[in-house]
Design a protein around this ligand. Structure first.
Ligand SMILES: Cc1ncc(COP(=O)(O)O)c(C=O)c1O
Length: 433
C-alpha cells in the first residue's frame, strides 16, 4: 500500500487540504516531502534518501521508530482482543494500575487517544469541580487544538499580551475565559488569580514549555504555582504530553518534586501509537460520568483501545527494564555540550537548551526565561541550518523554535555526525550573509 508511484501520491494528496493531515506538517521548503519508511532513528523519503531523524514526529518514538517489542504487543493484542465498547479489558485495567504506580499525581486515570482530548477533559473536569469559568495558560505553551487553549503559542511580537487564537471559529466568550500569562512569572499568575478571584478553575502548563523549544522553569516557579493553586482552590494541571515518559517514568513532576492535581500524558507513552491519559486526584477523577450519575461527561469510541493500551504497557516495560533514560540523557548531554563547543568556536551567541533527550539551540543572547526572550531568535539561521542539515542526511524540523529529540535507537556516532554536520551547516548559512 505504501509502495505506490509518486504520481499516484501527488494525485492522492491533492484530495487532502494542503496535502497534509496536521497543520504543522506543511513546512516551507519541504512541501513535497513524502515519507515512505521509518526504522529506529531514521526515516526514508520517496526519493530513497534516508535521514537520521531528530524530529521524531514531535516526540513519541522514545525507543525509536517501529520498536519490535511494542509493535509485537500491538499485533498480539490486535489478534486476540478487538475494541469492544462495553465493559473493560484486562489490558486497560493493568495499564491504569501501572500509571497510578508510576506517576506521583495519579490516583485514578482515564484513557483517551490524543493529547488534545486529555487536556480538553482536564479543563472540563476542573470547571465541573470548581464551578468556575476561567483558566490560566502560559504564552508559548501548547495544549492541543480545542478552543479553550488553542491560542498564544508562537505569537508574533504584536500579539503578545492579547489573545492570539490559532484558529478562526473560537467563540469570543471562550477566548475571554482563558487568561494568558508569561511563563516563569509567578507574580503575573498571582495577579490574575486575584483579579478573577474565586473564578479561576484551572492553571494549565507544560512544566517545560517544549512547544517553544525548551524554556526551563526557574527554581521555585513550579512550587509557587502549586502554592497559589492550593491557596485559590484552583486545579493545577501539568500537561506532560511531551515530558511524561520522555523525561522519566514518573513524568517531569517526579523530577521537579511538584505534584499537580491533574496530569495529561500522550506521545511517548506508547512509543508512537495513539493513546493518551488524564489522571489525578481520585476526588476529581471520580466526578467523571464513567461513575454513573457523576457530572463530568466522558466518552470515546476508541478510549482504552486494547492494542494501544498494549503498546503503552510494552513501552513502559522496556523503559523499566532497559537503561533507556540513561542512554538518551547521556546522548542529550553529549549533544548539548558538543553544540555549545561548536558555537563557541564560531563565536556565535547562542543558548543551547534542553532537558534529557530534548535539545534546541536558540540563536540569541540569553538568558531565556520566557517566550518574549525568544523573539530575539535569529529565525533565518535557526531554519536555515536545519535545511542545510538535510543535505547531510540529518533531519531537525526546519521550523522556528522547534525542539529535537533523541531516541534509544540513536547512537553516540549519530551525535558526533550531528555535531559535525551542524558545524558545517551553520557555517554555510553564515557564509551566505
Ligand atoms: C504539551 C502538549 N499537549 C497537548 C498536545 C496535543 O496532543 P495531540 O496532538 O496528541 O492532540 C501536544 C501536541 O503537540 C503537546 O505538545
Amino acid at each position: 500500500m505504501i509502495d505506490i508511484e509518486l504520481t499516484e501520491i501527488d494525485r492522492g494528496r491533492s484530495f487532502i487540504p494542503g496535502g497534509v493531515n496536521s497543520g504543522q506538517r506543511q513546512v516551507p521548503g519541504i512541501e513535497s516531502l513524502v515519507v515512505t519508511a521509518t526504522s529506529g532513528s531514521t526515516f526514508t523519503d520517496a526519493e530513497g534518501r534516508t535521514y537520521t531523524d531528530y524530529h521524531a514526529a514531535f516526540g513519541p518514538p522514545l525507543l525509536g521508530h517501529n520498536d519490535p517489542d511494542v509493535d509485537a504487543a500491538v499485533a498480539e493484542a490486535g489478534r486476540r482482543l478487538d475494541n469492544m465498547g462495553v465493559g473493560v479489558t484486562p489490558i486497560e485495567a493493568r495499564l491504569a494500575e501501572k500509571l497510578a504506580e508510576l506517576v506521583p499525581s495519579i490516583e485514578k486515570v482515564l484513557l483517551t487517544m490524543t493529547g488534545s482530548e486529555a487536556t480538553f477533559h482536564a479543563l472540563r473536569l476542573a470547571r465541573t469541580a470548581t464551578r468556575r469559568r476561567h483558566v490560566i495558560k502560559f504564552q508559548g505553551c501548547y495544549h492541543g487544538w480545542h478552543d479553550s487553549v488553542a491560542m498564544n503559542v508562537i505569537s508574533p511580537a504584536d500579539r503578545i499580551g492579547r489573545k492570539d487564537p490559532l484558529s478562526g471559529g473560537i467563540l469570543p466568550e471562550v477566548l475571554d475565559a482563558t487568561i494568558v500569562v508569561p511563563f516563569n512569572d509567578a507574580a503575573a499568575v498571582e495577579r490574575a488569580l486575584e483579579e478573577h478571584s474565586g473564578d479561576v478553575a484551572a492553571i494549565i502548563l507544560e512544566p517545560i514549555p517544549h512547544n517553544i523549544g525548551a524554556v526551563l522553569p526557574q527554581p521555585g516557579f513550579l512550587e509557587r504555582l502549586r502554592e497559589l493553586a492550593t491557596e485559590h482552590g484552583t486545579v493545577l494541571v501539568f500537561d506532560e504530553v511531551i515530558t511524561g515518559f520522555r523525561h522519566g517514568l514518573g513524568g517531569y513532576q517526579k523530577v521537579a518534586g511538584v505534584t499537580p492535581d491533574l496530569t495529561t500524558l500522550g506521545k511517548a507513552m506508547a512509543n508512537g501509537w495513539p493513546i493518551s491519559a488524564l489522571g489525578g486526584k481520585a476526588d476529581l477523577m471520580d466526578l467523571f460520568s464513567t461513575t454513573p450519575g457523576r457530572p463530568a461527561f466522558f466518552a470515546g469510541t476508541f478510549n482504552g483501545h486494547p492494542a494501544m493500551a498494549a503498546a503503552a504497557l510494552a513501552t513502559i516495560d522496556r523503559l523499566e527494564r532497559e537503561p533507556v533514560h540513561e542512554h538518551v540523557f547521556r546522548l542529550g548531554e553529549r549533544a548539548r555540550r558538543g553544540l555549545q563547543e561548536v558555537y563557541d568556536a564560531l563565536d556565535l551567541p547562542v543558548v543551547v537548551s534542553g532537558f534529557g533527550s530534548v535539545f534546541v539551540t536558540y540563536f540569541l543572547q540569553g538568558p531565556v526565561n520566557t517566550y518574549t526572550d525568544l523573539l530575539a531568535n535569529d529565525v533565518d539561521l535557526f531554519v536555515g541550518y536545519r535545511r542545510e542539515l538535510m543535505k547531510h542526511g540529518i533531519f531537525e524540523l526546519p521550523l522556528n523554535l522547534k525542539r529535537s529529540h533523541i531516541s534509544y535507537a540513536h547512537t553516540e556516532a549519530d551525535i558526533d555526525r550531528l555535531l559535525e554536520a551542524t558545524n558545517e551547516s551553520v557555517r554555510a548559512v553564515l557564509a551566505r550573509r
